[in-house]
Write a protein that binds this ligand. Structure first.
Ligand code: UDP
Ligand code: MG
Length: 320
């Protein structure tokens, strides 16, 4: 039996074109909340510029249930900005971030809160034991992604975790104080520190609809996590540059010694020159590319544009 507590709990749910699941999500989350909360709760749905009837359905839910709060974006800004908006707007003592597609089970909420209380954990992060119903490609890329980022990252990040996690007031406040715009949320939450403990769970199949993370968004996501959490790609450029200089010197020695000791065997051609030019050209472009990525990100940050624009807020003034 869960221990009594008086925590006010915020559930943060980013939604982009989720008309097929959103009602069901609302029901399952509500059921889970009613099974254990004593201190009240709010469901913060972020409508990330959905082009289907997600917003309409949410508004209908909000009319009948004061726990439902909606942040409506002016367009699609992306999953990470949506979660960020939720963290910034929520009023709970603890907040739980969960996807709208029921891949992460709301039934885990009581156990997460219990762990937060029992172990005095500031963060309880969901760790995936299994991923059901995802394509082989998605599993492989996810696996490679988490291993690579961990190898490259300056902050060690827990493997096989998503954004499904509970964070308490300390972490919420620390997160809110971070000024960067392009947020890789799970990395930042790890970075802020405090006591963080895992909770194991099985990642289910998407309840309905399709993934809203096409390859292009996955690549952008991976590159943010890499460039914002690691300076190693810059060092990689340095290493590659040094290596190619070494190769160049060895090549020069080989050519010169050939001229002196085996003058007849040297073909007076330009193949070696061409190879060298292409090789070094490649190394230079790669290096400039890495620099460009960092510079581009600095440009984005310096522009200091907001991460998202809120078009409407529903049920935020009424206290549940
Ligand atoms: N999402 C969002 N904005 C986007 C893409 C996704 O708010 O631009 C939401 C989506 O509605 C879902 C969550 O982010 O609640 C995770 O997306 P999805 O399930 O499609 O990703 P996957 O589980 O396939 O990685
Ligand atoms: Mg999903």
């Amino acid at each position: 039996m869960p221990e009594q507590h008086n925590l006010f709990i915020s559930i943060i749910i980013p939604c982009f074109n989720e008309e097929q699941v959103i009602r069901h999500t609302y029901q399952r989350v509500t059921q889970a909340m009613n099974s254990f909360t004593h201190g009240g709760y709010e469901l913060v749905f972020i409508n990330d510029g959905s082009r289907d009837s997600t917003l309409l359905i949410l508004k209908e839910l909000a009319q009948n249930d004061i726990h439902v709060k909606i942040l409506g974006f002016s367009r699609n800004f992306g999953h990470q900005p949506a979660v960020t908006a939720g963290i910034q707007a929520c009023t709970g003592d603890v907040a739980i971030i969960i996807d709208a597609d029921l891949q992460d089970p709301p039934e885990l909420f009581p156990a997460m809160v219990q762990k937060h209380i029992d172990e005095k954990a500031n963060v309880v992060y969901g760790m995936r034991e299994k991923r059901k119903g995802e394509t082989f490609f998605k599993k492989i890329t996810a696996r490679a992604f988490y291993r690579t980022i961990n190898f490259l990252s300056d902050t060690p990040l827990p493997v096989d975790t998503g954004d499904f996690r509970l964070i308490d007031k300390h972490v919420i406040e620390a997160f809110k104080s971070l000024p960067e715009k392009n947020k890789y949320i799970r990395g930042l939450i790890t970075w802020v520190g405090f006591k963080q403990v895992p909770i194991m769970y099985v990642r289910e199949e998407r309840f309905a609809g399709e993934t809203k993370y096409p390859l292009s968004k996955m690549i952008k996501f991976a590159s943010t996590s890499l460039l914002y959490f690691s300076k190693k790609p810059l060092k990689l450029a340095l290493g590659l540059g040094s290596l190619s200089i070494l190769v160049g010197i060895l090549l020069a020695i080989w050519v010169i010694s050939g001229l002196i000791y085996r003058p007849n065997t040297i073909v007076p051609g330009w193949s070696s020159t061409v190879i060298a030019v292409i090789f070094f050209g490649g190394v230079q472009l790669l290096t400039i590319g890495v620099l460009g990525e960092y510079l581009g990100n600095m440009f984005e940050e310096i522009k200091n544009r907001p991460e998202y624009i809120i078009h409407e807020k529903i049920n935020f003034t009424n206290l549940p």
